[in-house]
Write a protein that binds this ligand. Structure first.
Ligand SMILES: Cc1cc2nc3c(=O)[nH]c(=O)nc-3n(C[C@H](O)[C@H](O)[C@H](O)COP(=O)(O)O)c2cc1C
Length: 340
């Protein structure tokens, strides 16, 4: 399947503008989602038997390989994405109101580095749109994570309210929540890693979460791979205080190993150049937290070996995005086969 994708489909997609290619892929998936026959067929091709489901608290993940945030920003495809074999799906980033994101072009492939650069800027349909989409597909066979963020024009001081708005509006649809504080494409967002701001954010939403008693949802913070050791330690300690997990990591603003032409192109880099950075960070999170909080490892996972490195570093679960672009829809099956 990987060979067929690389020989036929990928060259066609890579000839298109990256964002147009993404929309085309989404249209095909939306079509498949609407037909139970096609959906079953897709499931038969891409699913792979896996005997070691992952348990995190009340949640059961049929396998540890999930889809990372940013692919299904509007939560339109949760009816079909599990058929690609994913053990969980993270939708978003979703903001309180719909927003268009940055001007195009804002998505670039860098095939020589197996990387992608994006500065999408949280283009999404907002919480009401996302709720409309999610309500069409109840009873997902895999956990659904809802990744939330602040609106582009919300001042940093009011950011916690945006996360709370998203949390409340999408509570019913989420199996877990991710607070995205690490996209490099929303001005000042990353300042939410600062201890006082992060505490305020977590306190605000955690209180609301605890009010839901036995229905409380697992909370995760999605962090930047560009934190210093001191910044990372502080974030992990605060996560432990609030029993929040960590998604490690978002895209990097570094350009290590890339041709100098990319230095001037703003945005976050994903894929192979991020792999070892995020793996090392997972190791540190595991050490600092003493294994007390769940970790979702993401960054440059293309193969079973990449996924194994993340799991051995301390991740409980692993996500892919850029790997899906380069390896194609058979990526989950191929990783699970290699991990077995
Ligand atoms: C085009 C694109 C859009 C993304 N959008 C989001 C987003 O909206 N929210 C988010 O938390 N992460 C987003 N990400 C980051 C990914 O979820 C992931 O953390 C990062 O790409 C590293 O994983 P990868 O190397 O497997 O792609 C995006 C990544 C890409 C490539």
């Amino acid at each position: 399947m990987g060979l067929l994708y690389k020989a036929v489909l990928r060259p066609l997609l890579f000839r298109m503008d990256p964002e147009r290619a993404h929309h085309s892929v989404k249209r095909v998936l939306a079509f498949a989602q609407n037909s139970s026959v096609v959906k079953d067929f897709v499931g038969r091709i891409f699913s792979h038997a896996w005997s070691k489901p992952v348990r995190l608290g009340k949640l059961a993940f049929p396998n540890p390989i999930g889809l990372a945030g940013g692919f299904d920003k509007d939560a339109e495809l949760v009816g079909i994405l599990p058929a690609l074999g994913f053990g969980f799906i993270e939708v978003g980033t979703i903001t309180p109101e719909p927003q268009p994101g940055n001007v195009v072009p804002r998505l670039f492939r860098i095939p020589e580095n197996l990387a992608v650069l994006n500065r999408m800027g949280f283009n999404n349909c907002g919480v009401r749109g996302a709720a409309e989409h999610l309500k069409k597909f109840p009873n997902s066979p895999v956990p659904i994570g809802v990744n939330i963020g602040k609106g582009v024009s919300t001042p940093l001081e009011e950011a916690a309210q945006d996360y709370l708005t998203c949390f409340k509006a999408l509570f019913y649809f989420a199996d877990y929540f991710v607070f995205n504080i690490s996209s490099p494409n929303t001005a000042e967002l990353k300042r939410l890693h600062e201890p006082a701001r992060l505490r305020n954010l977590l306190a605000t939403v955690a209180l609301e979460n605890e009010n839901r008693k036995t229905n409380a949802k697992p909370l995760f913070i999605k962090i930047s791979p560009d934190l210093s050791e001191e910044e990372l330690s502080a974030v992990v300690r605060i996560a432990c205080e609030y029993r929040a997990g960590i998604v490690c990591s978002n895209t990097t603003v570094k350009r290590d190993g890339l041709s100098p032409a990319w230095e001037t192109e703003t945005g976050g880099l994903s894929g192979r150049p991020l792999r070892d950075m995020s793996t090392r960070m997972i190791q540190r999170i595991k050490q600092i937290s003493d294994g007390k909080i769940p970790i979702i490892g993401v960054g440059g996972v293309f193969t079973a070996e990449d996924a194994r490195e993340k799991l051995e570093a301390g991740a409980d679960l692993v996500q892919v995005y850029t790997g899906l672009i380069y390896e194609g829809p058979g990526i989950v099956k191929s990783i699970l086969k290699g991990l077995a």
